[in-house]
Design a binder for this molecule. Structure first.
Ligand SMILES: Nc1ncnc2c1ncn2[C@@H]1O[C@H](COP(=O)(O)OP(=O)(O)OP(=O)(O)O)[C@@H](O)[C@H]1O
Ligand SMILES: [Mg+2]
Length: 472
């Protein structure tokens, strides 16, 4: 039995010539775990949203979608609500009540279930998802990971036969994300629910998948078991190959006829087999590029201490490090360990009560904002939306140049240069709230000003960042 059958689906957004879904035909069997991946903007979200009519965007659609053998358009909303579960990116936007227990019951209440039936399902879900300990909490007290788990549990309370997830872990830290994905794996294995997932954390998602679909420019360009898809992408030298799990990339790097590993465990076994017939040169790779003492750091933080209020505990405790020109320095840590706060010290937004922050050898508090943010530093916050001031990408790009003494021609050139570099030409005249490619877009506000130092706060958007740095 097929959960979905899609026949020659074409889709374009209103008043746009560009075809976003370009002749997609595929079927997903019941109980299958499918991972859909592809570069940003290739149409994954647009495709997934077609699979539940209330979420389908307006536009010109051709082709047919069947859900469990029936035309999706003919399936009533009530049935779709209970049988097709959809988890989106942001945990915040999906929660509708203020208490955990109420959120779990809400979907069932709106479908008109009896109180005893609701109680039973809610209790089952709370124990399946390990929610008992925070069952009576306010939703506002939950961490991002808990909120997303609550979304998932509330959807699962309706016992859907298909679960569709669109980058559900993008706002979670790595530990919460790994927990979340393993719960999705458990739902698929133990409850037999069909899962269709888009995910950029392929390292964790691929081992769960029965099948991987790779999308590019609106087309499905590879479809198969994870190990087959890795090999296909490698053969075609496709850029998505670099997003494949590390064991696959190592495997593809040396000629061999063994089975392609997907997980780290498979990778170890592969390495054992491979090393039987091959000598592995264990020469050490020098991973630390020594910086000569005559280069001075771009930014430096020395023994900095910071707390938000006098009576509150310290958040940054004697932090010291330096970043040198051309270097990419990553600050890693779990939720709430002070990463964003440290960046706020580096950008001068907050001041340490003890210690120093130096930018190009000058104490940051002595640099006027006009100088600091004009050519020196750029800060990209976690939520890209907070940078947008105008209605369309184009207007916003020109807004950035306001106040600069540049000719119309020069302004035009700069806007073109930046939009080409960031791959924004398609979204140029589009509204922000409708565009998926916000990360690409928001690079621009930094590029324009030609800053020397870029601070970038993210748990997830780092994915395109190294290529971006390279181009820049
Ligand atoms: N509401 C909309 N109106 C017009 N164009 C849109 C709209 N939503 C998305 N697009 C465009 O359609 C294309 C596909 O977008 P989509 O969101 O499906 O990509 P995606 O693969 O999900 O990307 P990401 O990995 O960034 O989430 C992009 O070029 C995007 O700019
Ligand atoms: Mg998307």
């Amino acid at each position: 039995m097929e959960s979905y059958t899609i026949k020659n689906l074409m889709f374009s957004y209103p008043q746009q010539e560009r075809i976003v879904i370009d002749g997609v035909s595929l079927s997903v069997s019941k109980g299958e775990f499918v991972v859909l991946c592809g570069p940003s903007g290739c149409g994954k979200t647009t495709l997934l949203r077609q699979l539940k009519t209330v979420l389908a965007p307006h536009g010109n659609r051709k082709g047919n979608i069947f859900f469990e053998g029936k035309l999706l358009d003919e399936l009533d909303q009530r049935e779709q609500s209970s049988r097709i579960g959809f988890v989106m990116q942001s945990p915040e936007n999906q929660i509708v009540t203020d208490k955990v227990w109420h959120e779990l019951a809400f979907g069932l209440e709106s479908l008109g279930y009896s109180t005893p039936a609701i109680r039973l399902r809610v209790a089952e879900m709370a124990s399946f998802f390990g929610i008992q300990n925070w069952f009576y909490k306010n939703v506002s007290e939950l961490s991002g990971g808990q909120k997303q788990l609550l979304n998932l549990a509330s959807i699962m309370a309706m016992q859907p036969s298909v679960l569709i997830l669109d980058e559900p872990t993008s706002q979670l830290d790595p530990i919460a994300a790994a927990d979340f994905l393993s719960t999705v794996g458990k739902i698929n294995r133990e409850l037999g629910v069909t899962v269709i997932l888009t995910e950029h954390r392929l390292e964790e998602a691929m081992p769960l998948a029965d099948r991987v679909l790779v999308m590019d420019e609106g087309k499905i360009i590879a479809d198969g078991m994870p190990k087959e898809v890795g090999q296909m992408l490698d053969r075609e030298n496709h850029r998505m190959f670099y997003a494949m799990p590390v064991p696959m990339r190592v495997y593809a790097g040396v000629p061999n006829n063994l089975d392609c590993p997907v997980t780290v465990r498979d990778g170890r076994q592969w390495l054992d087999l491979f090393s039987k017939d091959h000598v592995i040169n264990s020469e050490k790779i020098n991973s630390h590029v020594a910086l000569t003492s005559d280069i001075s750091p771009s930014v430096e933080i020395k023994e900095a201490w910071f707390k938000y209020e006098k009576e509150l505990p310290d958040v940054v405790k004697g932090a010291s490090f330096a970043a040198y020109p051309g270097e990419i320095l990553a600050i890693l840590g779990g939720n709430g360990t002070g990463k964003t706060t440290t960046l706020s010290l580096l950008s001068g937004l907050n001041r340490p009560y003890r210690g120093k922050v130096m930018v190009h050898g000058k104490e940051i508090s002595n640099i006027p904002d006009s100088e600091k943010f004009e050519n020196m530093l750029g800060v990209l916050p976690q939520n890209p939306q907070s940078l947008f001031v105008k209605k369309t990408v184009e207007l916003d790009l020109y807004e950035m140049l306001k106040g600069k003494k540049l000719s119309k021609d020069e302004q035009h050139k700069r806007v073109r240069r930046v939009s080409n570099l960031c791959g924004l030409t398609y979204s140029y005249c589009r509204n922000f709230n409708i565009n998926s490619n916000t990360p690409d877009y928001f690079y621009r506000s930094i590029l324009f000003k030609r800053q020397k130092i870029l601070f970038y706060i993210s748990s997830h958007y780092f994915r395109n960042y190294d290529s971006f740095c390279h181009d820049f």
